[in-house]
Design a protein around this ligand. Structure first.
Ligand code: HEC
Length: 136
């Protein structure tokens, strides 16, 4: 009996540790990202501008839509590797925009691919407003 109790205790602790790690990774939300970028830009994100930005090339070979699809509510396909990419709109993929390090890493990388520079706070706020406007 005591042994059983001890076993369930350690199982419980293992679960708690696992949940703790998960909670750490999920340190932001789409709404939080939107308000953060809007504040940094000094204006609210515009879904219309975000949509136009997302769908157009910015001097390079690709637009955001080239890999993420348009609208980005279904699996996208990487423009050069063909690898599947999960939907970028939060209503269709609850995992996106929940881990700030991941969001920052991909924004940096993808913006460099599309614009040959990092995206501005205003551009990020616009894209976020657009993605949040896409509903199930
Ligand atoms: C060359 C292909 C490509 C292009 C172009 C591209 N992306 Fe991505 N993007 C990816 C891949 C691959 C991932 C990782 C997806 C995965 O792991 O399922 C990703 C992930 C992201 C994420 C991370 C979401 C999260 O929280 O997990 C954001 C934000 C993002 N892209 C925004 C953009 C924006 C904005 C543009 C246009 C400026 C863009 N991407 C253009 C390939 C691309």
């Amino acid at each position: 009996m005591l042994n059983f109790l001890r076993k369930s205790m350690s199982l419980l602790l293992a679960c708690a540790a696992f949940l703790g790690a998960q909670a750490l990774a999920a340190d932001t939300s789409p709404a939080q990202q939107l308000s953060q970028w809007s504040a940094a830009a000094g204006k609210p994100g515009s879904a219309a501008q975000g949509q136009a930005f997302f769908n157009s090339k910015q001097g390079g070979q690709w637009s955001c839509a080239s890999c993420h699809g348009t609208p980005p509510t279904a699996d996208g396909k990487h423009a050069s590797t063909g690898k599947a990419i999960k939907p970028l709109a939060p209503a269709f993929n609850p995992q996106v925009f929940t881990d700030s390090a991941r969001v920052d890493k991909w924004f940096r990388r993808n913006c460099k691919d599309v614009l040959s520079r990092e995206c501005s706070a205003a551009e990020k706020a616009d894209v976020m407003a657009y993605l949040l406007s896409l509903k199930l």
